[in-house]
Structure formats: structure tokens, C-alpha cells
Design a protein around this ligand. Sequence first.
Ligand code: Q46
Ligand code: ZN
Ligand code: ZN
Length: 320
Amino acid sequence: MVKRCSLCSAPAITQIYETRQYLCSKHYSEYFERRIIKTIEKFKLLKNVNRLLLAVSGGKDSTVLLYVMHKLFSNKIDLVGFTIDLGIGEYSKKSTEVAIRNYRKLGIEYVIIDLKKNYEFSIDDIAQHRRKLRRPPCSLCGVVKRYLMNKTALEVNADAIATGHNLDDLALFIMSILHGGKAEELAKLTLHNPSINGFVAKIKPLGLVSDKETLLYALVNGIEFYGEECPYAPRSGFRNTIIKILDIAENDHPGFKKHLVLNIMRHIIPKLPKPEGRIMKCKICGMPASYEVCSFCKVKMSITKILKNKDKEQSDRNSN
Ligand code: Q46
Ligand code: ZN
Ligand code: ZN
């Protein structure tokens, strides 16, 4: 038998575990948006924010973030979309195209950075030379994204940067930290990183909604997103095992991930020492840094040196 929405009797598309209500697409969208508003209010995510940079990859989470923030807040704060073309073959090309289509559809101001054109290296270059760089592509890609997000936020005078991290990302972060035994690193788990030492504040408005809920919102609202996974995303190993464990726990005990995240935030993090940040300016690019040379400039120097040597070897071979 078709289940009916508990609020309007239209066909239901889902059931909410907390209230046991069945909801149709319209009432589900309203419920999802209310959850975002509640998170923003409870954690004061938009306090003193007049201009917000939205980090959009073109994927599901950041695109839903873009649509929800536009729908709920574009009449109160300036929104600026921000996308990096990381130079990961077709994946970057297509996801950037989707992001641009969405910006245009919503009529939102946006900034696109092409990593290869602007900085002479791409994440494909990094992946190709991962052995020499001695770090996996995702770790260096993270350095690049964090740096460019902060730099762009400063350039466009944004008061904060919103990212599309969701509940599943936060639960995975907790489990990975606990497994590694570095409990003090849990202090980094927050929906609101205040502005500090030249780093623009960062917020996670989707931090208490799950992957599945976000996907459902995208589908019922006909939001276009790029659904392919990055070719460098870890497909096996420890991370995926934790994801499976968390999904089993959530299935058996709906609300498990939310309670895990909120309990850690409420009861563990306040007892941990606050992470210390050093105030420095990178002597190469002048951006805020924790050391004399920032992580981004270090990555850029290493990869450009490798690429130059490769070009030289190639031209030596050609001339012989
Ligand atoms: S884009 Fe970059 Fe991700 Fe691709 S290389 Fe890894 S971190 S997986 S979200
Ligand atoms: Zn309804
Ligand atoms: Zn630098």
C-alpha cells in the first residue's frame, strides 16, 4: 500500500525516524531546510556574516549547500560561489561545468580558479608523481583546496567560507581519529571554525544532515549535480570499512551518527585543550601560515621542480 504524507496525504517519499512521520516531497524539503536553519541558529554559524563564500565542487553536497543557502539566505547575505578546477581529467572538467551551470541558473556571483593555468600544476600532476612527493594525492589536494578557499575568501572580502561537509563526513572523521588514538585532534571537530590568525571563518551548515538526506533533497528538487566519484578517492582500505561500520550502526539504530557527533561535541571536546595556531605569514606568498613557508607553497615548489626536471629529461632525450 502507498504510504501517505502525515501532513497532507500526498504520496510519501520517506519516513523521518525521530517523529515517525511520513513525508511527501514538498514537506520533506521543508523539513530538510528547517534542519539547516536550526543548525545555523543553534551554532550561530552566520553570526556577523554579511558575505559568504560557498565552496562548491559540483558534487551532491556542495550543490545542495548552494541551493539551500541561496533559497534561505540570499535576501539577507551576499553569496559568492567558489569552484576550483583541480585538473583531474574529465572529472574536473565536468564537475566545474555543472557548478557554473548552477551559478548561472541561480544568478549568483562566482569565482573559478583553474589550478593548472594559475599555478602551473594540477592534481593529475601530483597523482602522477605521488611516489616522489611521498604523500597521497588526497592529502595534497586538501592542502591546495584549503589554501585557495582561504585566499579567495580574503580576496572577495567574505566573512566566512561554507563547505558541504555532512553528518557522515563528521562521523567518519571521529572514528578515524579515535582509531588513530589522537583524541586531542577531536578538538578540530566543529561546525564553526572562527576566524583566527588570518584564516577566514569556516562553517558547515550541512553538518547535521546525512548523506542520504542530502541526496534525497537533491533528487526531489531536481538539482543538477555531478555524481561521479573522483578517480583518486580511496576505494578500499580502512576508510571504507569505517563507512560500512557506521552505516550498519545507523541502520540498526537510526540516529546513531547524529548522536555520535553531538555527544562528542557536547561532552568530549569541551574537555580537550584548544588547538594552538601560530601567527605567521608565508615568506613566499604572504598568506597566513603555521610555518615560515606555507604548505601550499611547499607543495607548489616540489611539484614544479619535478615537472621541470621531467621536461628537461624529455628535451635531453629528444636532442640525443
Ligand atoms: S578531489 Fe581531491 Fe577529493 Fe579527488 S584528489 Fe582526493 S581530495 S578525492 S574530495
Ligand atoms: Zn505532504
Ligand atoms: Zn605560501
